[in-house]
Design a protein around this ligand. Structure first.
Ligand SMILES: *[C@@H]1O[C@H](CO)[C@@H](O)[C@H](O)[C@H]1NC(C)=O
Ligand SMILES: *[C@@H]1O[C@H](CO)[C@@H](O)[C@H](O)[C@H]1NC(C)=O
Ligand SMILES: *[C@@H]1O[C@H](CO)[C@@H](O)[C@H](O)[C@H]1NC(C)=O
Ligand SMILES: *[C@@H]1O[C@H](CO)[C@@H](O)[C@H](O)[C@H]1NC(C)=O
Ligand SMILES: *[C@@H]1O[C@H](CO)[C@@H](O)[C@H](O)[C@H]1NC(C)=O
Ligand SMILES: *[C@@H]1O[C@H](CO)[C@@H](O)[C@H](O)[C@H]1NC(C)=O
Ligand SMILES: *[C@@H]1O[C@H](CO)[C@@H](O)[C@H](O)[C@H]1NC(C)=O
Ligand SMILES: *[C@@H]1O[C@H](CO)[C@@H](O)[C@H](O)[C@H]1NC(C)=O
Ligand SMILES: *[C@@H]1O[C@H](CO)[C@@H](O)[C@H](O)[C@H]1NC(C)=O
Ligand SMILES: *[C@@H]1O[C@H](CO)[C@@H](O)[C@H](O)[C@H]1NC(C)=O
Ligand SMILES: *[C@@H]1O[C@H](CO)[C@@H](O)[C@H](O)[C@H]1NC(C)=O
Ligand SMILES: *[C@@H]1O[C@H](CO)[C@@H](O)[C@H](O)[C@H]1NC(C)=O
Length: 803
């Protein structure tokens, strides 16, 4: 009986004595446990009554936030591509809304609001979330009394008190709308968060709202008589009727300005909404205000809204390694990796999110892995190891005898040089020009001479087919330009959603009116926003099929920039070019997608939406939209098309380009079935890709595969990210059982060095290519191994006896 009392109390007392502990008892508690504890403390039942400080994590829980000033200069690592996409989507939306809100100055409409209707806002946020798995929510929050809307009759020159369309992804595992009983990630809740009683705790603009840091980052914007404080952007538009117009509009701060356009929030608990820990990128939307005064001089540009795009904090990679070159910013998780520092060093690996173990432990220079280990120690395995395993394993062995790099080297004698040249016959008698890429074995140096030596004058000397490369040249583009492809897909899916969900002829009860059909300015703005929001996109176009856009036979707004880092953009309606050899309808990618989607739409993805709109124009409460739930069908990333890389010789900006094209769909004239309506295309600079020279599976289409010069017996090739479109983007790591013999700060042979020494060998200059080999491991010193010698002696004796 007494045991039942005493034992638990002893247990509690000992807990107090030993304090809180880490993941396992024997591990000390670290920053990760601390953050995890903070996150677990708050849940959807208690978040309302928690102290406000507990609803936020500190800002150093997310390190390496993408910085727009850096994006074009330094490589973006895979561990940050999702955050970069979040950044780009928020930015692109801000540009679009700034453009479209001010486009009323292009075509002043009398007694009417030229702004998009409510459904446009809703579906735009749906498209942001639906095209990217990693984006969990997207919203636009307006400042009080700044959002005009054409969605209510007699609403001219009136504003909504609050307006905030927001979409977030729902876990639809148990939703009756589909029977599969699995999470499809394709169901979205769409709410107007502005439909709340103002100045209460549910009003996002009020001080009572506890987690509205995203709102306070930029809004409300107090412009104090200093007009024109907002950055302007310029678009030169050339319409189909060949008239030109230059439109200047105010937008978010430029990338070159001191703060930049994007502000990030700390991670916060999305209390009462999705009840998850989220991180948001916030970009302001500019407009000219006040409207409709009749006096232009009292109007001034101001931020009237903010575009807020959010993702799960748990999906953002953390870096547990100690402070080093690539990890020197603020980071609470610094040095929580469990690598054994004496003999190994830590290297982050991506895709782990907020979890322990997103790293691997490589051997330090001068150390090598034990024989029975093949690859560096994985962090995850280290973290799960028991105390005994941990203290007895995960070490590297010292390399007993290290060589110095020779200071002077000499020409390779023929008996060394010839075998190498035999191995790489493509260097013996190399072709030049476009034919280099058609050889059975590629000479990467000559191929790159051809590709990188192309310019807008030389290209005219080549046949058009020479300027279209083999698809294998852009190996890795699908991954590298995935974010850019998703920008095109977002617009395609938005158009699909709008054409399928919004019916201009629909009549609602009360004063509400349905959205008008898409306008030319909206399409121009959307296309432009892709180019403005993502610096890797050089041009974007929305190409409508014949007679599919309201009142137009052909319509194809095409936006491009002529230089990087600019505030001047160009826009052209390609419908102007309507001769049969230049019209976009005859382009192979357009024809291909049109044929592919001529009749069968079963493969399209179905996106479900649960839309709740405001009860009436003043808001205060929400009601379900008339069609609840509803859905639209749109393309997936794989339904689009990557074209082969080509040199755009006669185009606006000549360069090697890759293009991604995504289709969009609407109802046919009977509203009976879907039909293909057109495509959205983006083009990127091919030479921004990394070349992967390492060997790969036979079915991988990569013309440069296997062109590395690693010594195949003792080392293997590992690609290095961020080296660009040049030879040498790899390293030769020693194979299992081999060791790096030199005294050096690294433990591998750098590909750039290997390639340049190989070129020296080919040119018969001084070279040390011959030395880039790993040595059989095990020479722990110069003394012989007693047992080995004994065995050898016995063997020799045996053999001599037999003879
Ligand atoms: C994080 O917050 C602290 C104070 O709260 C501030 O000094 C610091 O600059 C912030 N860091 C970043 C990266 O925003
Ligand atoms: C616009 O509205 C004003 C007053 O509401 C009216 O006087 C004017 O005639 C209207 N103009 C047009 C073109 O409808
Ligand atoms: C956010 O998206 C991820 C997929 O990327 C998903 O696993 C997660 O459940 C989503 N979060 C919410 C709140 O829906
Ligand atoms: C918004 O408009 C309402 C009604 O006109 C007014 O009562 C309120 O003070 C205004 N709010 C702001 C922040 O201007
Ligand atoms: C040319 O087209 C634009 C947009 O469609 C229109 O605004 C403009 O008035 C047209 N110009 C002429 C001269 O027809
Ligand atoms: C519009 O600009 C283009 C060049 O940008 C020029 O070729 C064209 O003639 C211009 N159109 C008019 C009507 O001025
Ligand atoms: C629009 O509203 C503002 C403020 O409510 C008012 O000053 C202005 O005269 C109105 N304009 C028109 C054209 O009714
Ligand atoms: C992302 O990867 C790069 C390169 O490996 C590294 O320098 C950086 O620290 C990593 N960041 C995080 C947060 O893991
Ligand atoms: C080099 O190429 C030319 C033409 O392709 C051929 O005639 C010649 O025999 C080749 N030389 C060697 C050494 O392969
Ligand atoms: C299309 O043209 C008709 C007739 O000219 C016009 O009444 C209608 O408003 C136009 N629609 C749009 C969206 O411009
Ligand atoms: C909107 O609905 C609320 C609540 O029913 C009501 O108090 C308000 O007067 C309505 N506003 C308008 C403009 O009808
Ligand atoms: C080899 O030497 C020659 C003459 O010094 C030089 O022109 C050539 O560029 C060198 N080759 C390499 C690959 O450095």
């Amino acid at each position: 009986m007494w045991r039942g009392v005493v034992l638990p109390s002893i247990f509690t007392v000992s807990l107090f004595i030993f304090g809180a502990i880490g993941q396992y008892e024997w591990q000390p508690k670290d920053a990760f446990d601390e953050v995890k504890r903070q996150m677990d403390k708050v849940n959807k039942y208690n978040c309302e009554i928690r102290h406000i400080g507990e609803l936020y994590l500190s800002n150093n829980t997310i390190s390496h936030l993408p910085d727009i000033k850096d994006v074009n200069i330094n490589p973006v690592f895979p561990n940050r591509t999702q955050l970069l996409h979040l950044h780009n989507i928020a930015l692109s939306r801000a540009f679009f809304w700034s453009y479209i809100l001010q486009s009323r100055f292009i075509r002043p409409a009398i007694n009417d609001t030229y702004d998009p209707g409510m459904m446009y806002y809703f579906l735009s946020t749906v498209a942001d979330v639906s095209t990217n798995m990693h984006i969990n929510a997207s919203a636009i929050y307006f400042s009080p009394n700044t959002s005009y809307s054409p969605s209510y009759r007699g609403f001219f020159n009136k504003t909504f008190p609050r307006f905030a369309p927001r979409t977030y992804r729902l876990d639809d595992f148990n939703d009756p709308i589909h029977l599969e009983r699995i999470s499809t990630l394709n169901t979205f809740t769409v709410h107007d968060l502005g439909a709340v009683p103002v100045d209460t705790s549910s009003d996002y603009a009020s001080d009572y709202y506890r987690i509205n840091e995203w709102y306070k980052k930029w809004l409300p914007d107090e412009v104090d008589k200093r007009h024109d404080t907002k950055t302007t952007y310029q678009v030169e538009i050339r319409y189909a009727n060949n008239t030109n117009e230059t439109f200047t509009f105010h937008g978010p701060p430029g990338a070159d300005e001191n703060e930049g356009p994007v502000r990030w929030t700390r991670p916060y608990f999305d209390c009462g909404r999705s009840n998850r820990w989220l991180v948001a990128a916030v970009v302001p939307i500019a407009d000219i205000y006040p409207r409709h005064t009749g006096y232009r001089h009292i109007e001034y540009p101001t931020y009237t809204a903010a575009s807020v795009v959010e993702m799960d904090f748990e999906r953002i990679d953390i870096n547990q390694c100690p402070k080093s070159m690539g990890n020197n910013g603020e980071n609470v998780f610094v040095d929580t990796a469990r690598c054994k520092k004496e003999t190994t060093e830590c290297e982050p690996i991506h895709g782990w999110g907020f979890r322990r173990g997103g790293y691997q432990c490589r051997c330090r220079p001068g150390y090598r892995l034990p024989f029975h280990i093949r690859r560096p120690y994985l962090g995850e395995i280290l973290e799960r190891a028991t105390e005994e395993q941990y203290y007895n394993g995960f070490d590297c062995l010292k390399i007993g005898w290290v060589q110095k790099m020779p200071v002077q080297w000499e020409k390779a004698p023929p008996y060394i040089r010839n075998p190498y040249l035999d191995q790489h016959r493509e260097y013996l008698n190399s072709t030049v020009g476009p034919d280099t890429l058609k050889q059975p074995r590629i000479n990467i140096h000559r191929s790159l001479d051809f590709i990188l030596g192309m310019n807008h004058e030389k290209c005219r000397d080549y046949k058009p087919e020479d300027l279209i490369l083999h698809g294998g040249v852009m190996h890795g583009a699908e991954e590298y330009f995935e974010n850019e492809a998703k920008m095109a897909l977002r617009l395609a899916n938005f158009i699909s959603a709008f054409l399928q969900v919004s019916d201009p002829k629909e009549v609602f009860s009360g004063k509400r009116v349905s959205d008008k059909p898409l306008t030319e300015d909206q399409m121009i703005g959307e296309t432009l926003a892709i180019v403005m929001g993502d610096s890797r996109v050089w041009s974007a176009g929305t190409y409508w099929d014949r007679n599919k856009f309201t009142n137009r036979t052909l319509f194809a707004p095409y936006a491009y920039k002529t230089e990087l880092n600019t505030r001047k953009f160009k826009m052209e309606d390609l419908a102007r070019l309507n001769k049969s050899d230049e019209v976009y309808l005859n382009k192979p990618w357009f024809r291909f997608l049109k044929q592919r989607w001529a009749s069968n739409f079963d493969n399209l993805e179905k996106f479900n939406m649960k839309i709740k709109i405001r009860f009436n124009e003043t808001g205060e409460s929400t009601i379900k939209y008339e069609h609840y739930p509803n859905y639209y069908s749109g393309a997936k990333l794989s339904d689009g098309l990557w074209t082969a890389p080509f040199y755009d010789c006669y185009g606006k900006v000549p360069m090697w380009k890759v293009k991604y094209v995504a289709p969009f769909f609407g109802w046919d004239s009977l509203k009976a079935k879907l039909e293909f309506k057109g495509v959205v295309a983006v083009t990127m600079d091919m030479t921004k890709l990394d070349i992967n020279q390492c060997p790969d599976k036979y079915w991988v289409s990569n013309v440069f595969k296997g062109t590395d010069k690693c010594d195949q017996k003792s080392s293997y090739c590992v690609p290095i990210l961020g080296r660009g479109f040049e030879a040498g983007g790899y390293k030769c790591e020693c194979k299992q059982g081999f060791e790096y013999p030199f005294e050096d700060l690294i433990t591998y042979y750098d590909g750039q060095l290997v390639e340049s020494e190989f070129s020296n060998l080919v040119d018969n200059n001084e070279t040390r290519y011959d030395m880039f080999k790993c040595r059989i491991a095990g020479a722990s010193g110069l003394q012989g191994n007693f047992i080995a010698i004994l065995l050898l002696v016995i063997a020799v004796i045996n053999v001599s006896r037999l003879c």
